[in-house]
Write a new protein. Structure first.
Ligand code: ATP
Ligand code: MG
Length: 337
């Protein structure tokens, strides 16, 4: 039987965070033995908001090296840059034309990000890309007839929209697209900011103190976790509503070590937060140090470019067939039905 397909990507908007790792990247690596993988750097999504070209280039280069440093194996996974497979943009446009303004304006990420953009630049400069990018994301997914989309919880709404667009297209033009399903980790689908544990940890956050970056050194990780906002109960107990800071640190520890939340509670019963935070910092450091070592070698390796070229070629062969079928059924290829 053919292997089921997985597709996912990370946007080149900044330095990757522990949230990106636990919510998405960790699953990419876990799934690569069992599934046919298409993993890309979402660099077209990465220009949704203004970004300096040197920063963009470096973000892309860093994500690529981190993908492989985390264990993505180029023999198992097709890793590529979104902009190297132009079918993404082409299908993106066709799907944009089949998506309503209302649907896009309802996306919570659009509401959050446009509000933040307004607050930070003080103008109404909201690029249209910020609104329409979920239609491009739908194209990313539907081009490959992907079965599962490993992402964090914040992307569920966009995968839901993708399903709605797919269903609409299938009803209108005949069977075109497979219905994708979201695949989130059981623990850690939404890692929170350490300084504001009611907001998601994000690579484009303004305050870096609340964000653990995958390339932070051990001392920085230690400092950020020690100064994470908690409460004054001195009780390691999972209660996201009333104890968001401690619950977030427990989630991080659980996602990394595999220990259940109950076990963590009992391991730290009677111990103060200092001891608990030290254990979280150690777990994060032990996770990231070997990844960072491999990253150093991969960052300037030209081998990586070969992996990307091969990945893009494989992706393109799947994507171009699909795009052609869409063009036929939509009527763009006017000679064919
Ligand atoms: P940005 O602030 O630019 O949107 P981001 O940190 O949200 O950056 P994305 O590139 O949008 O990163 O997302 C990449 C993947 O990481 C997605 O699957 C997303 O769901 C996941 N992800 C992002 N942040 C978290 C988080 N805090 N916890 C779990 N998963 C996350
Ligand atoms: Mg995001």
């Amino acid at each position: 039987m053919d292997k089921k397909r997985i597709l996912s990507g990370i946007t080149s908007t900044g330095k990757l965070t522990l949230g990106n790792y636990i919510g998405a990247l960790q699953n990419f690596v876990k799934l690569q033995d069992e599934f046919e993988m298409y993993i890309f750097v979402a660099n077209l999504h990465g220009i949704t908001m203004p970004i300096e070209k040197e920063v963009l280039r470096n973000n892309i280069k860093t994500i690529v090296a981190l993908y492989f440093a985390c264990g993505l194996d180029p023999k198992k996974a097709n890793v590529f840059l979104q902009s190297d497979v132009s079918e993404h943009s082409e299908l993106g446009w066709i799907l944009t034309c089949n998506t309503t303004l209302g649907e896009l304006q309802r996306m919570t990420q659009f509401k959050d990000k446009s509000a933040k953009a307004k607050a930070s630049n003080g103008t109404d400069f909201i690029p249209t890309g910020l609104l329409v990018y979920p239609a491009l994301m739908a194209a990313d997914i539907l081009l490959y007839d992907a079965d599962y989309i490993p992402v964090g919880a914040d992307q569920k709404q966009h995968v839901e929209l993708t399903r709605n667009i797919a269903e609409r297209m299938n009803n209108k033009f005949g069977p075109l697209f497979k219905m994708p399903e979201v695949y989130t980790p059981k623990v850690g689908a939404r890692i929170m900011d350490l300084q504001d544990p009611t907001s998601k940890m994000s690579k484009s956050a303004k305050n870096e103190k609340g964000v653990i970056f995958m390339l932070d050194d051990a001392a920085t990780i230690q400092r950020k976790i020690k100064s994470a906002i908690t409460d004054s109960d001195n009780l390691v107990h999972f209660d996201p509503e009333n104890k968001p800071g401690i619950s977030n640190l427990m989630t991080i520890l659980s996602a990394i070590t595999g220990d259940g939340l109950d076990k963590i509670e009992s391991n730290f019963s009677g111990k103060d937060y200092g001891v608990f935070k030290q254990a979280v910092a150690d777990a994060v450091t032990n996770l990231l140090t070997p990844i960072q070592e491999r990253f150093q070698t991969l960052y300037n390796s030209t081998e990586v470019d070969n992996y990307l070229m091969a990945g893009a070629a494989n992706a393109k062969s799947v994507a171009s067939k699909k795009l052609n079928k869409v063009k036929n059924l939509v009527g763009l290829n006017y000679r064919r039905k």
